[in-house]
Design a protein around this ligand. Structure first.
Ligand code: GDP
Ligand code: IMO
Ligand code: MG
Length: 427
């Protein structure tokens, strides 16, 4: 038996969905522990492409139990749409469970997210506008509504009336907008609730008992290390903890319950939204990575910013997540470059920084120090083992391992399940 937490090692979109689905084959449980439908996880099975936002990427196997953990913020309408979309494609929700402690994301959160971004103008965060920040703000301000509250009509009515009134004050007073009608929100939620009521349970108990029985549990992170509210490029971050510690908080198990911490890294780096990105490439190299890697957002369709692999943030992710292993995805995208660059440190006022700084002003002054490695021409998307990769691709992987000081256990050379090279089994 094993328990593995899978986290994004960069700024999200590292291929977590693909790797979660791949590893889910051997897992009994797949547990999302933070975030909401700001996530967009792509899973390809045969000719079919699935884009998952709230539902764990284990749902595509019939026999897996999937959990939406207490650390998530859940928009019931989006959840129902996602479930119905899957159902229409023959995927049932028989074994999906929703934590009664997860927070409910409602229409006023989305409206406030939009308005806050608009007001920030040039200083905007570049959020997904899915209401994530305002929903977590309510949670921390102790005025959120939890999934379990929906099961008690009086409790839900009272909390919703209070919450709607409080948000309407802001919408009206600050943004001069018409507020929301709590009864309308309630009617819509109640309609959605009919379809998920029985799934709302104390999922911490379920996951704890599963671990005690020796079952395999995979905790699926959304977003990435550098988007973490604690460890990311604050304030250009999301409002939850995607890092490995978040799995403990967001699913209700203790740190001793987790055996392995797996960081997913693209073979280069991308970012959507605003904020620092030291190895970003603005010209031909960035454009090539974007086109070859089809780097457009799953949730918002925005073009992703692209740049070279940054071993400074790689080492940082190893440290703050206690990574036991790394997965490198999209190695195939680097084919055709004469030389490939890796950032090994940042030059800052005459010294070389090896650790990622907290200060955005400092990051702005940092100049990445690059090491160049020869690339390869071959199409590697059919490679079934490391030995089948061109020597230069093998050298690149070895260099990443050395720079990040973590062993690579999986290399992904394409979006499909069979385009996955396993060096070490996780379960
Ligand atoms: P996530 O948010 O971390 O799950 O990642 P996304 O799904 O947002 O973005 C990753 C994209 O890369 C998706 O379109 C995947 O289908 C695709 N992908 C995943 N792994 C590979 C790979 O090894 N090679 C290529 N070419 N595409 C991949
Ligand atoms: P997955 O799980 C990439 C980014 C947004 C913005 C910042 C805050 O697919 O990797 P938010 O809506 O969360 O308040 O936005 O975080 N962001 C993501 N970027 N992948 C994601 O999810 C993201 N979820 C949020 O672009 O910069
Ligand atoms: Mg994504």
């Amino acid at each position: 038996m094993s328990t593995v937490v899978l986290v994004g090692g960069q700024w999200g979109d590292e291929g977590k969905g693909k790797i979660t689905d791949f590893l889910a084959k051997q897992a009994d449980w797949v547990v999302r522990y933070q975030g909401g439908n700001n996530a967009g996880h792509t899973v390809i099975v045969g000719d079919e492409e699935f884009k998952l936002h709230l539902i764990p990427s284990g749902i595509l196997y019939k026999d897996k139990k999937c959990v939406l953990g207490n650390g998530m913020v859940i928009n019931p309408q989006v959840l129902i749409e996602e479930l119905e979309g899957l159902k229409a494609r023959g995927i049932e929700m028989a074994e999906l469970f929703i934590s009664d402690r997860a927070h409910v994301l409602l229409p006023y959160h989305c409206r406030l997210d939009e308005m806050k971004e608009e007001k920030l103008g040039e200083n905007k965060i570049g959020t997904t506008k899915r209401g994530i920040g305002p929903a977590y703000a309510d949670k921390v301000a102790r005025m959120g509504i939890r999934m379990g509250d929906l099961l008690d009509d009086e409790e839900f009515s009272d909390k919703l009336a209070q919450s709607t009134a409080s948000h309407n004050e802001v919408l009206d007073g600050v943004y001069h907008l018409k507020g929301f009608d709590d009864q309308e929100i309630k009617n819509a939620v109640e309609e959605d609730l009919k379809k998920i009521k029985s799934a709302i349970q104390d999922t911490s108990v379920m996951v704890y008992d599963a671990i005690k029985r020796g079952e395999n549990v995979l905790f699926e992170g959304a977003q990435g290390t550098l988007l973490d509210i604690e460890h990311g490029t604050y304030p250009y971050v999301t409002s939850s903890c995607p890092t490995a510690g978040g799995a403990v908080i967001g699913s209700g198990v203790g740190p001793t319950a987790i055996d392995k911490s797996l960081g997913i890294f693209k073979a280069y780096v991308t970012r959507v939204g605003e904020g620092p990105f030291p190895t970003e490439q603005f010209e031909a190299d960035g454009e090539s990575l974007r086109e070859k890697g089809h780097e457009y957002g799953v949730t918002t369709g925005r073009a992703r910013r692209c740049g070279w692999f940054d071993a400074v943030i790689g080492r940082y992710a190893v440290r703050v997540n206690g990574l036991s292993h790394a997965v490198i995805t999209k190695l195939d995208v680097l084919g055709g470059f004469d030389t490939i660059k890796i950032c090994t440190g940042y030059q800052y006022r005459g010294e070389i920084l090896r650790d990622f700084p907290a200060s955005l002003a400092k990051i702005k002054e940092c100049v990445p120090v690059y090491e160049e490695m020869p690339g390869w021409e071959e199409d590697i998307s059919g490679a079934k083992s490391i030995a089948e990769l061109p020597q230069n691709a093998q050298n690149y992987l070895k260099r990443l391992e050395k720079l990040m000081e973590v062993p690579i256990c999986i290399v992904s050379v394409g979006p499909n399940r069979d385009q996955t090279i396993v060096l070490e089994e996780m379960f």
